[in-house]
Design a protein around this ligand. Structure first.
Ligand code: HEC
Ligand code: HEC
Ligand code: HEC
Ligand code: HEC
Ligand code: HEC
Ligand code: HEC
Ligand code: HEC
Length: 251
């Protein structure tokens, strides 16, 4: 990992490299497979779930798989008069059964390890692609120091939308050295990361992390959407990424 003068990040490699922290990679976000408070028939019709769980699946953006029924992902197991509702696959493999990992060269840590529900609701939310928050807030949730709550004693981090991860799950992560309002200073000093795209004019969509990065994967370093500047180069006349918005700066 490289960190030049214009991009200074606080790296927590030292903490994260501690072998004691790398053993558990299991989500401890929601209880999976706990005892269900109500006995259910093993062959319960998926529509019965909605009688009690009528809040599940409510939101502007509903996961397409919800149309396939609750038991596509949750299985009912009755044992000794107690119902357990388990996921049909471990939580970090469930999503991959229908959405295989991208084949690109660079994969984002939490995506690669199958921690999909850190960013996405499995059911529904009010944000596109049923993410727990607006895409920009999702990114800042882990990469802005002001947003991520670190509990050094428990060796966990908690993102603003309430999901808790172990430090092992966060291996390699880094904060961006942003300004106080979390609007600028990346990838070069003073560069906007949000707000109107004044480089292209008022018709252009506003700048977000997604103007330059993919969320899951890409064939370019740092999951950039196009060719980034070469190492040590900040202003780049030939790289596709900067030219997206700065054709005028490089006549
Ligand atoms: C008679 C009411 C009722 C029905 C029917 C019902 N549930 Fe629940 N379920 C509850 C309550 C109450 C809880 C505990 C509070 C909560 O998490 O909402 C719960 C919790 C859960 C949980 C989280 C806890 C755990 O066991 O892991 C899951 C998952 C779940 N239900 C799935 C289902 C599915 C799938 C169905 C349909 C096959 C279903 N439920 C049908 C009442 C019900
Ligand atoms: C049983 C198969 C299945 C499983 C399991 C599954 N999905 Fe999906 N998902 C689909 C289908 C079908 C679509 C719609 C077509 C597409 O975009 O691939 C979809 C679409 C999506 C979308 C795009 C928005 C939408 O809903 O159309 C997201 C985001 C998503 N899934 C996330 C997840 C996550 C996170 C998990 C794990 C909790 C998961 N999926 C598990 C079948 C599944
Ligand atoms: C695409 C897969 C998928 C489908 C379809 C699905 N769930 Fe879930 N559900 C999950 C996952 C993943 C979790 C998180 C479990 C964990 O962390 O162990 C979850 C958690 C839950 C929980 C506990 C947490 C919470 O949000 O309250 C309940 C209750 C629940 N599901 C009910 C339902 C019901 C009812 C349906 C159908 C209307 C349904 N689910 C459909 C994947 C799914
Ligand atoms: C770091 C947060 C994050 C993680 C982790 C993550 N996603 Fe996403 N995902 C996003 C965002 C943000 C988008 C919207 C991307 C866009 O609009 O360019 C998205 C889009 C999607 C889509 C719809 C577009 C597409 O690529 O087909 C699917 C399906 C999806 N994610 C599934 C998954 C699955 C499966 C996993 C786990 C293997 C996962 N995501 C992990 C943030 C995340
Ligand atoms: C749950 C926490 C979490 C969230 C949310 C998150 N990241 Fe990350 N990110 C990480 C971790 C952990 C790493 C280090 C592992 C790796 O290199 O991918 C990382 C690394 C990166 C890297 C460097 C990848 C490389 O090649 O070294 C980029 C770029 C990045 N994230 C962008 C984003 C963007 C854009 C979003 C929003 C869509 C986002 N992150 C949301 C945890 C997160
Ligand atoms: C204008 C384009 C642009 C925008 C907008 C942008 N990035 Fe970047 N990002 C880059 C470039 C270029 C690099 C590579 C920096 C380098 O070479 O040091 C990078 C690198 C990163 C890295 C890796 C840093 C490291 O040292 O490994 C992370 C994490 C990251 N970006 C997250 C984000 C997040 C989160 C957002 C939104 C808040 C964002 N980026 C917005 C262009 C951008
Ligand atoms: C999504 C659009 C977008 C992309 C991609 C982008 N920029 Fe920018 N950049 C802007 C905006 C908007 C400003 C604010 C100044 C302006 O209006 O030109 C800016 C300002 C700058 C400035 C300060 C210029 C000044 O007038 O002081 C530099 C230097 C810069 N960008 C370099 C880069 C580099 C290097 C890249 C590629 C890694 C890049 N930008 C990619 C939108 C972008």
């Amino acid at each position: 990992m490289r960190c030049s003068g214009v991009c200074s990040f606080i790296l927590l490699i030292a903490v994260l490299a501690s072998p004691a922290l790398q053993s558990t990679a299991q989500m401890d976000v929601w209880s999976s497979g706990g005892v269900h408070p109500v006995m259910l028939k093993a062959d319960a019709d998926p529509t019965t779930c909605a009688q009690c769980h009528n809040n599940i699946g409510k939101g502007k953006y509903v996961h397409t798989a919800m149309g396939m029924g609750c038991t596509t992902c949750h299985q009912i197991q009755n044992e000794k008069g107690v119902t357990h509702v388990n996921l049909v696959a471990p939580v970090n493999q469930l999503c991959l059964t229908c959405h295989p990992l991208a084949g690109e060269k660079v994969l984002h840590g939490p995506y690669k390890s199958g921690d999909c529900i850190v960013c996405h609701s499995p059911h529904a939310s009010d944000f596109p692609q049923q993410t727990w928050a607006a895409h920009q807030d999702i990114c800042l949730g882990c990469h802005a120091r002001a947003r991520l709550k670190v509990n050094n004693r428990k060796k966990t981090v908690t993102v603003p939308w309430g999901v808790t991860l172990t430090l092992a799950q966060m291996q390699g992560w880094m904060y961006l050295n942003l300004n106080q309002t979390l609007t600028a200073n990346h990838p070069v000093e003073g560069h906007p990361i949000s707000g109107p795209n004044t480089a292209l004019g008022p018709q252009a969509p506003p700048i977000t992390c997604m103007s330059c990065h993919n969320a899951h994967a890409s064939n370019f370093t740092y999951m950039l959407i196009k060719t980034p500047p070469a190492a040590g180069e900040s202003l780049c006349k030939t790289c596709g990424l900067c030219l997206e918005c700065h054709r005028n700066m490089f006549p």
